[in-house]
Design a protein around this ligand. Structure first.
Ligand code: AMP
Ligand code: ZN
Length: 460
């Protein structure tokens, strides 16, 4: 079955026609690791996870790259302000490197609890400085770069279709925002930093030598450099939250297409916001809810995953404790229905619901419609075995642990922490360390199982 997706670039729904079908190259902007991610951020990652899982169900082979922003993301949308990593470092009295490590681990542990499949490639900005410098050099050779006293900037006037991802409202928003921005040396408000110089007389914790002097990369260049490194100069899908349209993604396109002269991503998918009190949930506003806050109030992270399924990804979703309670109840009922089928013999042949479920997903990932099909099936008079096989199939996308008893669902925090540390060791290819951690988990009475959904600890 094909997949139609709303492409923010063309502002229409289009058929996905992967460049190297059945493979689908997918780049998803990851977290800035100077603090915990809030549940708003996780709405975007859950949407991307559903995309990956739906692609698999529909017969594609997605290759998902996710970056970890651990340098260069400044406190203002423009190129002013402090590096968020240095802000985190000052706040916590730790090095910027330790802050990055700590919040990367916290992020991966949260993703695991939300049943978000690990990215095929997880890449840190600080591990790819050379690629970023090389890309800026490529742009420099083509005349896209000018220098100011504080860095190198991309000259947006040099790219005829600059800003094709954004609307006029976006541009007006940038113009009104620019009045408060200080950098008078920028030629245009849309110009953006590719490389920033370390301030004279002070030493940054994160800085590198470059052909232009000591400094650090601008925020956007990491995504262009790593996407091209792992997926090629043109690839299938690029995702992120809707806030990235006017600046981050617009500038990723400009740098990438400026350097290569080729289209960057064919599809741009954007997840809408999770709102709290009618405003975007955001770290900067202070009032943000972490995954651990949900757990403290007795919710499973998967209740929140279910909650994300109550709205289409391109619609805003309100976060209130009452509506989350509703999602918790719905998930419990669905789980009871699934567990009641546990003893049924597996029986294939429930084409009607399976087809309807896939059709809903193929229509721009209409998860609320797919959930309605699931509930229809549960309430139908289908034989138990057929219901069970359909729910098992739906679970490959929903990943709500419908067939798991509650006792199996909760992993003690210490075991979860060790699992995250082991994941990290494996990613660094430090297998002796990963093995030591596995033994420590073993001593706590849990066996590590590596599966499709990442590593899990199961009680012995
Ligand atoms: P950040 O760590 O700020 O770079 O954000 C990580 C991801 O979360 C990005 O894709 C953002 O677009 C997304 N995001 C930020 N706030 C929200 C929100 N309130 N609702 C949904 N997604 C969000
Ligand atoms: Zn990005």
């Amino acid at each position: 079955m094909g997949l139609r997706l709303y492409n923010s670039l063309t502002r229409t729904k289009e058929d996905l026609a992967p460049l190297g079908a059945p493979k689908v190259g997918l780049y998803t902007c990851g977290p800035t690791v100077y603090n915990y991610q809030h549940v708003g951020n996780y709405r975007t990652y859950v949407f991307e996870d559903v995309l990956v899982r739906a692609l698999k169900l529909l017969g594609y082979a997605p290759n998902r790259v996710m970056n970890i922003t651990d340098v260069g993301h400044l406190t203002s949308q423009g190129d002013e302000g402090e590096d968020k990593m240095e802000v985190g470092s000052a706040r916590e009295g730790k090095s910027a490197w330790d802050v990055a490590q700590c919040y990367t681990e916290a992020f991966l542990a949260d993703c695991r609890e939300l049943n978000i499949l690990p990215a095929d490639i997880l890449c840190r900005a600080t591990d790819h400085i050379a690629e970023q410098i090389a890309l800026v050099q490529r742009l420099e050779a083509k005349g896209f770069v000018y220098k100011t006293s504080d860095g190198l900037y991309f000259d947006t006037a040099r790219l005829p279709d600059y800003g094709k991802l954004m609307t006029r409202e976006h541009l007006e928003g940038l113009q009104s925002g620019a009045r408060v921005e200080a950098n008078a040396e920028k030629r245009r408000i849309t110009d953006f930093a590719l490389w920033k110089f370390s301030p004279a007389g002070s030493r940054r914790q994160m800085e590198w030598d470059s052909p232009w002097g000591k400094g650090f990369p601008g925020w956007h260049i990491e995504c262009s450099a790593m996407a091209m490194r792992f997926l090629g100069e043109t690839f299938d899908i690029h995702c992120g939250g809707i806030d990235h349209v006017p600046v981050h993604h617009t500038n990723e396109i400009a740098q990438s297409e400026g350097a290569t002269g080729k289209p960057f991503a064919k599809f741009w998918l954007h997840g809408e916001f999770l709102l709290m009190h009618n405003a975007k949930m955001a770290k900067s506003s202070g009032g943000f809810v972490k995954l651990s806050d949900l757990k403290d109030k007795g919710f499973s992270p998967l209740d929140y995953r279910y909650h994300c399924f109550t709205a289409h990804y391109r619609k805003q979703l309100d976060f209130t404790w009452e509506t989350l309670e509703g999602s918790k109840t719905s998930r419990r009922r669905l789980k009871e229905a699934a567990l009641a089928l546990a003893g049924e013999p597996a029986k294939l042949g429930c084409a009607e619901y399976s087809t309807r479920f896939k059709e809903a997903l193929s229509d721009d990932l209409n998860v609320p419609a797919a959930m309605a099909v699931v509930w229809d099936a549960v309430k139908s008079d289908l034989p138990g075995g057929a219901k069970k096989s359909f729910l098992e199939e739906a679970e490959t996308v929903l990943a709500l642990d419908l067939f798991k008893k509650d006792a199996e669902e909760t992993t003690p925090p210490e075991v979860a922490r060790l699992l995250a540390a082991r994941d990290d060791a494996r990613r660094r290819k430090d297998f002796p360390e990963a093995d030591r951690i596995r033994q420590a988990i073993d001593q706590l009475g849990y066996v590590v199982k590596d599966g499709m959904a990442g590593a899990k600890a199961v009680k012995k």
